[in-house]
Write a protein that binds this ligand. Structure first.
Ligand code: HEC
Ligand code: HEC
Ligand code: HEC
Ligand code: HEC
Ligand code: HEC
Ligand code: HEC
Ligand code: HEC
Ligand code: HEC
Length: 320
């Protein structure tokens, strides 16, 4: 047997042993091997070869039903552009009618990457944060969030959602295309990495639960950390600075499932704080309703500006 023949036999075996993968490893995106010998790469008409009633048989009904309803316009949103200029649409499905709580987008404020600009999120902005979601109904940090490199330019996995935020909200290793320019070094937009790791009450774990106003609701504990997204909503809220406008948009560890509302009036953040903080030995305003049915923080009311003492990056006694 000559060696060329052997080589041919081996590669034939190899072909049978390995299925042809048209999807990028770990994602739903099509690659240049799509279709027999890649002949389907670069084609826009998915309906030419795939019957919508035949696909997705192995997946739960959730995507099967919605894909049938949205038809071929939806394909690129999950499988990528297939080497064409097909647009990846997200809002086609992720909107108040079709998937109203996945995510909840009510409210005029959202993380549209520009402070002070009020407009709805665009498909491109969804993709900035969710480059290659697998849309399996489960939120997985290292699949569903875009992998931004860390300070050493490496794709280190996220351990918590906050790691994702801090890959951009820092002083000296911001992401290309998302630079945050011309800010004072104390502005939380760029100071949050330092704040969170060294100064903030909700970052570096340091609380003792021994102070005058102590008291946390079940599932939140002293000497633990709180995620940015427990207080800030990415997809939509009525409050400034992306503060959640209802418990359901953040405060993920709450044992009480009641959906309390949160309204920030001037600098009065008491409706936010009281979701987690309930004073055990009530003093000062601790018995006053903050306005959402809950009481238990030492100050509340439209004439109280918490920011005098509680802001990000404050090193002394109080802070945030
Ligand atoms: C010319 C015919 C043809 C066209 C047009 C075509 N496909 Fe395919 N597609 C195939 C064939 C054949 C396969 C199975 C072989 C393979 O996996 O590459 C396939 C496989 C796939 C797979 C499964 C890949 C895997 O590895 O499991 C997906 C997803 C897919 N196509 C999506 C699309 C989308 C989206 C479009 C439109 C942008 C499209 N196809 C257009 C022929 C086509
Ligand atoms: C909501 C996301 C989503 C959309 C939109 C979507 N798909 Fe899929 N598709 C998937 C997932 C998830 C799989 C399973 C992939 C896997 O198992 O690795 C899949 C698998 C496939 C497969 C492989 C075999 C099969 O039938 O399961 C084909 C072909 C396919 N899709 C074509 C399409 C076409 C054509 C469209 C547009 C009509 C489309 N998909 C829209 C998520 C989607
Ligand atoms: C600034 C980054 C960012 C942008 C922009 C963004 N997201 Fe998210 N998304 C997140 C983070 C972080 C989470 C997980 C924590 C959370 O929801 O608070 C998440 C969670 C989700 C979830 C699952 C959890 C849930 O609330 O159901 C869906 C679905 C989702 N996003 C879709 C979208 C869509 C669609 C868009 C565009 C309209 C979008 N996201 C824009 C960062 C972002
Ligand atoms: C055909 C409809 C459809 C399109 C188009 C679509 N999605 Fe989804 N997506 C879904 C469904 C259905 C789920 C699962 C929701 C659930 O079960 O809560 C989902 C879930 C998600 C999640 C939550 C994490 C997960 O794995 O379930 C994120 C993030 C997400 N989609 C982002 C996007 C982005 C970004 C785009 C655009 C590039 C997009 N989706 C396009 C239907 C779609
Ligand atoms: C890809 C980079 C990037 C990521 C990731 C990111 N941000 Fe941002 N964020 C920005 C940019 C850029 C701005 C706008 C800065 C400006 O306008 O000067 C911004 C603005 C903000 C604002 C101010 C919004 C306003 O309207 O006042 C908050 C709050 C915020 N981000 C919190 C977060 C949180 C929390 C996370 C993680 C869940 C996060 N960001 C993830 C880049 C990012
Ligand atoms: C999502 C839940 C949650 C929300 C909302 C919240 N906190 Fe906290 N807070 C905590 C947890 C948990 C700790 C304990 C952190 C630690 O020990 O390191 C804490 C600690 C603190 C501390 C330090 C207490 C100590 O013993 O050292 C202060 C001060 C504080 N929070 C103020 C606030 C203010 C002001 C608000 C509203 C603007 C607020 N918190 C909103 C959960 C929350
Ligand atoms: C306990 C709740 C809480 C947590 C946790 C939290 N924040 Fe904040 N954040 C606030 C409050 C309240 C303000 C408004 C303070 C003010 O007005 O000065 C704020 C303000 C900001 C601002 C300023 C926005 C602007 O437009 O000026 C940014 C940026 C920000 N936070 C980012 C983050 C990031 C990133 C994280 C996580 C690393 C985080 N925050 C964690 C409550 C929180
Ligand atoms: C004049 C400064 C000042 C102002 C204004 C202020 N606080 Fe405080 N706050 C403090 C001090 C000091 C502590 C820590 C006292 C202690 O527990 O020993 C504290 C602690 C807290 C805690 C953490 C309690 C704990 O230990 O778990 C919460 C929650 C809180 N304040 C909410 C608010 C709210 C809501 C407002 C605005 C309505 C506000 N504060 C305004 C000084 C202030």
């Amino acid at each position: 047997m000559n060696k060329f023949y052997l080589g041919g036999l081996l590669s034939l075996l190899f072909l049978f042993a390995c299925p042809v993968y048209a999807l990028e490893e770990g994602t739903l995106f099509l690659t240049p091997t799509h279709g027999d010998d890649g002949t389907a790469w670069g084609q826009k008409q998915c309906d030419g070869c795939h019957l919508i009633n035949r696909i997705h048989q192995q997946r739960g009904r959730s995507i099967q039903t919605i894909v049938r309803r949205k038809s071929y316009e939806s394909c690129a949103g999950c499988h990528g552009s297939n080497g064409t200029d097909l647009k990846k649409l997200c809002l086609l499905c992720h909107n108040g009618q079709d998937l109203p709580i996945s995510p909840t987008m009510t409210g005029t404020e959202n993380h549209n990457f520009t402070v002070g600009q009020v407009n709805g999120l665009s498909d491109e902005q969804c993709i900035s944060c969710h480059k290659s979601s697998n849309m399996n109904g489960q939120f997985e940090l290292n699949i569903d969030l875009t992998a931004f490199p860390n300070a050493s330019e490496r794709d280190e996995e996220y351990v918590r959602i906050t790691d994702f935020c801090l890959r951009c909200h820092n002083l000296d290793h911001q992401q290309a295309g998302f630079e945050i320019l011309n800010k004072n070094f104390r502005d939380p937009l760029i100071a949050m990495e330092k704040n969170y790791n060294f100064l903030d009450m909700h970052g570096y774990p340091k609380g003792s639960g021994q102070r005058t106003y102590f008291g946390l609701v079940p599932n939140y504990r002293y000497a633990s950390v709180v995620e940015c997204t427990d207080c800030h909503a990415m997809h939509g809220t009525h409050n400034p600075k992306l503060i959640i406008d209802s418990a359901s948009k953040g405060a993920t560890q709450l044992a009480d499932p009641t959906n309390y509302s949160v309204k920030v009036i001037n600098g009065d953040y008491s409706q936010l704080c009281v979701l987690c903080h309930r004073m055990q030995n009530p003093v000062e305003d601790a018995r006053l309703d903050t306005g959402n049915g809950l009481s238990g923080v030492h100050l509340t009311g439209a004439d109280e500006d918490c920011r005098q003492c509680h802001t990000h990056g404050r090193a002394v006694q109080v802070g945030l």
